[in-house]
Design a protein around this ligand. Structure first.
Ligand code: ADP
Ligand code: MG
Length: 243
């Protein structure tokens, strides 16, 4: 579903991704972790073509991002993205937040968009809030709306960038529950998160990034958590700090 081959990226003179390679198969859940500034957000954004990269190749569902003739907006519409800070439209109701991109980007009718959006809202357990505005919801509820909004676009893959790290602790669980549900239904997911309970429960692999934008490790969940001998000492240090 996603293939990165020797992807490098610079901001001016600063290299932020260094020869990153990884493959994410259909239905896999891959957790990306690592210290602040190691390029996790940048990596996720390049996969959604929100950030250009200077070297290497990225292919998403057969579409080559490095090919200048690729229709990037079309690809973006099929890749669901959930950010740390929800990024809902504050002046639109929950329902309008769910439908606007379906109508404007996918060309769906208002009725179809509403039907799909409300179905996804129901799935994240928030149908009772359909006429509210984002500011009337808790952070956890807003993030669940953001997930429902991404799902309304019928994504082929979902990318999450620290979806729970801006939340009060008591709201983390409700968002993770939605993500676990998605994973169990077979959604292909790439999740930047330090929620190791989530990684243990549903991930297939864990990628560890280190400063300088390098993928230091890409290993099975079992090796990552249970087989210290299979891991680099940098990863062990990091895990010791966060677990
Ligand atoms: P992470 O998500 O792992 O914390 P980021 O991908 O946000 O890391 O950042 C990686 C590096 O790129 C950092 O050194 C950061 O300062 C730098 N960076 C991120 N965005 C920009 C930008 N728009 N312009 C310049 N440097 C940036
Ligand atoms: Mg980040």
């Amino acid at each position: 579903m996603i293939e990165l081959k020797n992807v490098s990226k610079w901001y001016g003179p600063v290299q932020v991704l260094n020869e990153c390679s990884a493959t994410i198969n259909k239905g896999e859940v891959v957790v990306v972790c690592g210290p602040s500034g190691s390029g996790k957000s940048t990596l996720i954004k390049t996969i959604n073509a929100l950030e250009p990269f200077q070297k290497g190749e990225i292919t998403v569902d057969g579409v080559k991002l490095h090919d200048p003739s690729t229709n990037l907006p079309k690809l973006r519409s099929r890749v669901g993205m959930v950010f740390q800070h929800f990024e809902l439209f504050p002046h639109l109701s929950v329902t309008d937040n769910l439908t606007i991109a379906q109508i404007k980007v996918l060309g769906r009718s208002t009725d179809d968009a509403k039907k799909r959006g409300l179905k996804m809202l129901e799935r994240v357990g928030l149908i009772a809030h359909k006429d509210k505005f984002p500011g009337q919801l808790s952070g956890g509820q807003q993030q669940r709306v953001a997930i429902a909004r991404a799902l309304s676009m019928d994504p082929i893959v979902m990318l999450f960038d620290e979806p729970t790290s801006a939340l009060d602790p008591e709201m983390v669980g409700e968002v993770l529950d939605v993500m676990v549900g998605l994973a169990n239904e077979g959604m292909t997911m790439m999740c930047v998160t330090h929620e190791m309970g989530f990684a243990r429960k549903v991930s297939n692999r864990v990628i560890f990034m280190d400063v300088g934008g390098k993928i230091l490790e890409d290993c099975s969940k079992d090796d990552f958590f249970n087989n210290p001998d299979a891991r680099q000492s940098r990863t062990k240090d990091f895990l010791n700090k966060i677990l």
